[in-house]
Write a protein that binds this ligand. Structure first.
Ligand SMILES: Cc1cc2nc3c(=O)[nH]c(=O)nc-3n(C[C@H](O)[C@H](O)[C@H](O)COP(=O)(O)OP(=O)(O)OC[C@H]3O[C@@H](n4cnc5c(N)ncnc54)[C@H](O)[C@@H]3O)c2cc1C
Length: 544
């Protein structure tokens, strides 16, 4: 068997694998990326799903992508252009009205339902913005690792923790109290403390259940809400936008950036096993039996896939393996793309000509109570007869996606069970549930169903089969307090290194978690480079 050699071998060409590759290659390492699918990008890809109609297959909207990474990887020069939505959100309400949320409009709109809520908006945004600003600074940091051993091991981590404490101490006492609530409370309780009217709580609360298979009243869901406000588009904080050409345009730009720096990116190269010799990871072998050796092996996969599927159980500490088996994965996500002959004509805001609300994240989920019901229904029956759907119509901002005059829409449906009750398969129910999602939109825009020319369906099982997202988990593991920061993916391994020397993690199962951020890839590259420098230093001392 001929073995290929490189300094760094990255398993998985998702956006984080590509970012990691670009940074390592820029530092002069010989880098190889092995991607299982015929295309790089993982969950951030664009495909033609119906003749003449293209769309982002899974991830569909951009905000969290870190500006430092955009700049340093020169993604704009490699073809990336992100545009803002004309309106952030549009929510049809239960009483036949609607709420629009977006710059310069939110206050007047919220006042339609509750003048006191409108009066509280600025204070709410200010608090959240100031907390998000501090947390944003942590996104590109390696969390302090919780280490066993003496003071020599502990000291650097204590210093790191002290620096983190220093950042949090920038927040005044009122904001620290707010932060505690955001880390521990439910999105529902948090928002009930701020507002009275359902529509604004539903718009903000939706962020607390995106990819989070939980009721908006589940403790910890407020953090998921916060996770979704870290981002920015073209320098505007908290705004969501669209990458021209779809999310694949982001990952194609990343791949070009990595390749321009010398990374060797191979597609159709599924890794079967990580090779371990004398307790150290030394490479990987593909399904076709090709062996790749490297000093650093870096996984972009959900950590549970890496440790339970690609490694022999005997090479891992028992406690680590058992805990990894308990890593909580599984979003309540059902994803569809539809080709449309015309734009939806909403009962509450009629019109088939492109208007601001057609560019928004259109949320069908009028209240937190509706969202909670959808969750309980999914727990007991697999999905709700009244599901939550966010619809985005990117062709209103990007004419490269559909033939002139026609459109594509992403349906991001929340709260279906990752695994169906009674052991049933999603393959038995995906078409019926897809019909339900279309009917749910149609109930608000009665021309919708008839306008559907073609559809692509991704049940949680499809997301797992296609992208390796276990239980369809969009984040590679729940964003709960026990799986965040130093504990992502496990206490003692919050610094992108697992228990095996030479084996690193760079995917969304590490800090700061899921979303198209590039941050785990960026941070893992820094840690790999630190170890390379240490090794060179040690080798230098030995030869001196
Ligand atoms: C339906 C959906 C909607 C989402 N919407 C958004 C959104 O709008 N905005 C946003 O910011 N985020 C969104 N997300 C989350 C975001 O897309 C993910 O968190 C992020 O893309 C994960 O990136 P990653 O590089 O860490 O991993 P992945 O994208 O999962 O990449 C991992 C890669 O590893 C490859 N792989 C797996 N097994 C092997 C193997 N054995 N050998 C070689 N390669 C392998 C996979 O094919 C994949 O390419 C969404 C996700 C989903 C699923």
């Amino acid at each position: 068997m001929i073995a290929h050699h490189s300094d760094a071998l990255i398993i998985g060409g998702g956006h984080n694998g590509l970012v990691c590759a670009a940074y390592l290659a820029a530092a002069g390492l010989k880098v190889t990326v092995l991607e299982r699918r015929p295309v790089v990008g993982g969950a951030a890809v664009t495909e033609e799903f119906h003749p003449g109609f293209r769309n982002s297959v899974a991830a569909y909207t951009v905000s969290l992508l870190n500006p430092k990474i955009i700049r340093e990887l020169e993604l704009a020069a490699h073809g990336l252009r992100v545009v803002e939505r004309r309106l952030a959100n549009f929510l049809p309400t239960e009483d036949g009205r609607y709420l629009c949320v977006g710059a310069g409009r939110t206050s007047t709109e919220v006042a339609k339902f509750s003048p006191p809520d409108a009066a509280r908006l600025d204070a709410y945004s200010l608090k959240l913005d100031r907390i998000a600003a501090v947390l944003r600074e942590l996104v590109l940091q390696t969390p302090p690792n919780v280490v066993a051993g003496g003071w020599r091991q502990a000291l650097p981590e204590l210093l790191r923790a002290a620096r983190l404490g220093g950042r949090i101490s920038k927040l005044d006492m009122s904001l620290r109290r707010e932060l505690l609530q955001l880390l521990a409370a439910s999105a529902g309780d948090y928002l009930d403390g701020w507002f009275q009217s359902d529509p604004i709580k539903a718009v903000y609360g939706f962020d607390g259940i995106v990819g989070n298979y939980a009721s908006p009243y589940t403790p910890g869901s407020a953090y998921v809400l916060l996770h979704h406000v870290f981002g920015e588009v073209n320098g505007k904080k908290g705004v969501w936008g669209h990458a021209i050409g779809g999310m694949g345009a982001i990952t194609q730009a990343m791949a070009r950036s990595a390749a321009a720096r010398g990374a060797d990116i191979r597609v159709g190269a599924a890794v079967r096993e990580v090779l371990v010799e004398r307790g150290r990871a030394i490479g990987a072998v593909t399904e076709t039996g090709e062996a790749f050796h490297a000093s650093a092996v870096i996984s972009n996969l959900n950590p549970r896939l890496l440790y339970l599927k690609l490694l022999d159980a005997a090479v891992l500490p028992t406690d680590f393996r058992e805990r990894m088996a308990r890593w909580r994965c599984g979003s309540g996500t059902f994803r569809m793309n539809v080709a449309l002959s015309e734009l939806p004509d909403f009962r509450c805001l009629p019109g088939r000509e492109s208007a601001d609300h057609h560019t928004a994240g259109i949320i069908i989920g009028p209240s937190l109570a509706y969202m909670e019901r959808a969750y309980f229904d999914a727990r007991t029956r697999g999905w709700s007869a009244q599901p939550i759907v966010e619809m985005l119509i990117p062709s209103t901002l990007d004419d490269s996606l559909a033939p002139a005059g026609q459109h594509v829409a992403s349906l991001f449906c929340q709260h279906v069970a990752p695994q169906l009750p009674q052991g049933e398969s999603w393959d038995q129910h995906r078409d019926a549930v897809a019909d339900l999602m279309i009917n749910t939109v149609d109930a608000h825009a009665p021309n919708f169903k008839a306008s559907v020319l073609g559809r692509q369906i991704m049940s949680p099982l499809d997301l797992e089969r296609t992208f390796g997202l276990i239980g369809g988990d969009i984040f590679h593991g729940a964003l709960s307090l026990d799986q965040l920061f130093s504990a992502r993916p496990m206490l003692g391994h919050g610094n992108y290194r697992g228990p095996l020397p030479g084996l690193y993690m760079c995917g969304s199962g590490t800090h700061p978690g899921g979303g198209v951020t590039g941050a785990p890839g960026h941070n893992a590259a820094r840690e790999v480079l630190i170890d390379f420098r240490r090794r060179r230093l040690r080798a230098g001392h030995r030869t001196a």
